[in-house]
Structures are given as structure tokens and as C-alpha cells.
Design a protein around this ligand. Structure first.
Ligand SMILES: *Cc1c(COP(=O)(O)O)cnc(C)c1O
Length: 374
């Protein structure tokens, strides 16, 4: 018999489908579901499968290694990868039908060499830096890049699939200026392609916040990440509920022990909490090794038997302690989940631990099984 995991992430398929519907309500462009970092911590294979079944035939992952790993089970549909170092196994990528982002001259050199070696064209998306100042070609490099890839395409070494970029400041719906500049730059890149006589089947620019708040960025395809997982890219501007999104994940753990302690007792490492009255404490078996921030110490709470049970003392590697007058061993503590069930949300955890909701999910460790529900 395998033991039941003491802490689990329940992942709702119904919520996923609802979020896909929200995205489709905002755009008629093709969708590339972003499933990097283990599907934002939700389980990449699960989310990839659900995306496929929802009619999404493009997946985006950051690292080439993530893309290759997913390709083992996800044999259908398109997969784009954009993070890899010089010397990567591009031949394997081409053979496994992984689309590759090309945003540096060395990448053209290496990918073209790999395509020659395996006798198959590489499917490439040319990445242009329109203002993120991170990856991609600068605008002034594009004339020579397009000339080069056009020649490679004529030789059958590359298939030019996409031209793409990423927005830096789209998460503020009220301020369009930076996004407008990026769109103008992207338009200039498209114009260079036209002048070079290069046809681009798919232009793509928008992630979640572009999808929600900047329709002029949608082009042929959009790349939703956080919205598919049911969170807002900027909860200060619009909450998940405002947007009709529903979080997929409920993070729960079983209480493994309760104890009654008198007043004046120090709790957990360093005794950062001292009880001020006789108190019932409960031990929750999840900790910072699982991605639960130590900033939650003495700050956040879990839902236990319908009440908020505050974390007392510091979060340890594998467990923390809460104050819970009615708790019993075996009760379920919910750290975060959908607001409509009365749980704290990943947004609440992000706010109180000084980060963004994305990081709350991505930090969740491998000891926590992801269990599909609904
Ligand atoms: C992560 C990522 C996305 C998705 O971003 P969200 O804000 O989660 O929608 C899209 N495109 C690129 C290039 C990314 O790195």
C-alpha cells in the first residue's frame, strides 16, 4: 500500500475549462497554453492533456529540456521552447518536433547546423526584443536576420513559423504607453519581414495581461499562463473573481497531531510565538521545503473546520504549527484555494509574503502530489 500524501494540491479540471472560456471570450486568436515550470506548479502533464482536450494545440515551455520531457508523453500538437544555452542538443529538438525560438545569432548558427545534420528543417520563431530588454534580436539586427533565415528556408534548413516578442508593462490596464511602444516596435519588425519577402504564419506577443487589457496585442496567437490557472496577472487592478477566473489549485494538508499547551509556552524554532493563554495547537505537515514561504510565519492562517487557524511560530522545513481550538488529528487544513469556498487565496499568500501569485504556485515542491479533481 502506498501512503496517502500528508499534503496535496487538488487541481480542478472544471476551473481550467472555465478559465479557457474566459480567455476565449477575450480573444479570437489561437491559444498557446503556457505550461512551463511544471505547469506553474500544477503538474505539466495534467495541464497539457487538459489543454489538448480543450482544443488548444499549442503549448509553450521555457526550457528546451522541459519541452523534450513533455514530448515523451505529449506526442501530438505543437510545443515551443525558448530557453536553451549554446551547445544544446538541437538535433534532438528538431527530431522531436519542438519549435525553437531564435533570438541570437549563435542560435541560428547552431540550429541550422543541427537541421543540416539530421536532414530535417528546424521550426523556428524569430524573437524580437520590443522593449522587455531581455531576450531577442534588436530591431536593427532584423534585416540581416531575415535575409539569413530566408536563405536557410529556401534551402529547406528552417521553417519560419513565427515572429514573437514579450510585453514588459502590460499588467497595468490604465497605462498603455509602454505597450503601445512595444506594439509599434513589433509592427516595425513585421515590416522588416515584409520587406525581406519573408512570410510569417504566426505573430504572437500577448501573455495574460495583454489578452485581458490590450486587445491590440493579440495578433495571430496569444500565450496565456496565469489566467489559465485561475489567477489575475494583476490582482490590484482586477481580482480573479472580477475577471471570472477560478483558481485550479486547492492546497491542503492533514493535521498530524494536536496538543494542549498552557500560557507562556514558546512555539517552534526560536520561540517567536509565546502563547498568552492555554491553547490548542495543531501540526500541519508542509513547510518551506515544499515551497511554503517562511514569511508566512506568525502571519498567515489556514482554514480548519471552517475557521481561520493562525500560524504560530516559524514555518519549518517540513511542517508548521497553527492555533486551532477545535482541531483533531486527521482534519484537513487548507492553505489556499478558491475564494468562493472561504479559503485564503494564492493572492492572499502572495500579498502577505511579499511576492506575486505566480511564485506561490511555482515554489510548490515535488513532495506534494498534484491530484486532478472535478
Ligand atoms: C511565462 C510566459 C508567458 C505567460 O505569462 P502569463 O503572465 O503567466 O500569462 C507568456 N510568454 C512568455 C514568453 C513567458 O515567458
Amino acid at each position: 500500500m502506498t501512503n496517502k500524501a500528508p499534503a496535496r494540491a487538488l487541481i480542478s479540471r472544471r476551473a481550467f475549462e472555465q478559465n479557457v472560456a474566459v480567455v476565449r471570450h477575450h480573444t479570437t486568436s489561437k491559444l498557446m497554453a503556457i505550461v512551463k515550470a511544471n505547469g506553474y506548479g500544477h503538474g505539466v502533464e495534467l495541464i497539457a492533456q487538459w489543454a489538448w482536450e480543450a482544443g488548444i494545440d499549442w503549448l509553450g515551455l521555457a526550457q528546451l529540456n522541459e519541452a523534450l520531457a513533455l514530448r515523451q508523453t505529449h506526442t501530438h500538437g505543437h510545443i515551443l521552447a525558448w530557453i536553451f544555452a549554446p551547445g544544446s542538443d538541437f538535433q534532438r529538438a528538431i527530431e522531436q518536433n519542438i519549435d525553437l525560438s531564435v533570438g541570437a545569432t549563435w542560435a541560428i548558427d547552431e540550429i541550422a547546423a543541427a537541421a543540416r545534420a539530421c536532414g530535417r528543417p528546424a521550426r523556428i520563431h524569430i524573437k524580437v526584443d520590443t522593449g522587455m530588454t531581455r531576450g531577442g534580436f534588436d530591431l536593427d539586427q532584423l534585416p540581416s536576420v531575415f535575409a539569413r533565415v530566408k536563405a536557410l528556408a529556401a534551402e529547406g534548413i528552417v521553417d519560419i513559423i513565427g515572429l514573437w516578442s514579450h510585453l514588459a508593462c502590460a499588467d497595468d490596464p490604465r497605462s498603455d504607453a509602454a505597450t503601445t511602444e512595444q506594439v509599434e516596435c513589433f509592427e516595425a519588425a513585421r515590416e522588416y519581414a515584409r520587406q525581406a519577402g519573408v512570410t510569417i504564419p504566426l505573430c504572437h506577443l500577448a501573455a495574460s495581461s495583454g489578452i485581458l487589457w490590450h486587445p491590440q496585442t493579440h495578433y495571430d496567437m496569444v500565450r496565456p499562463g496565469i489566467v489559465l490557472y485561475g489567477l489575475s496577472p494583476n490582482p490590484q487592478c482586477a481580482t480573479a473573481s472580477d475577471l471570472g477566473l477560478e483558481p485550479l489549485m486547492t492546497l491542503e494538508a492533514d493535521v498530524i497531531l494536536t496538543r494542549e499547551v498552557p500560557s507562556g509556552v514558546g512555539v517552534s524554532y526560536g520561540h517567536t510565538h509565546i502563547t498568552d493563554q492555554p491553547t490548542r495547537l495543531a501540526v500541519v505537515p508542509v513547510g518551506y521545503a515544499d515551497g511554503i514561504s517562511r514569511h508566512a510565519s506568525n502571519t498567515l492562517s489556514v482554514t480548519l473546520n471552517g475557521d481561520q487557524a493562525p500560524i504560530r511560530g516559524v514555518v519549518c522545513m517540513d511542517q508548521f504549527v497553527v492555533e486551532a481550538p477545535t482541531a483533531q488529528a486527521g482534519d484537513t487544513a487548507v492553505l489556499f484555494g478558491p475564494h468562493k469556498h472561504g479559503y485564503l487565496t494564492a493572492d492572499d499568500w502572495a500579498e502577505k509574503t511579499d511576492t506575486i501569485n505566480y511564485e506561490i504556485f511555482c515554489n510548490l515542491g515535488p513532495r506534494i502530489p498534484r491530484i486532478p479533481v472535478d
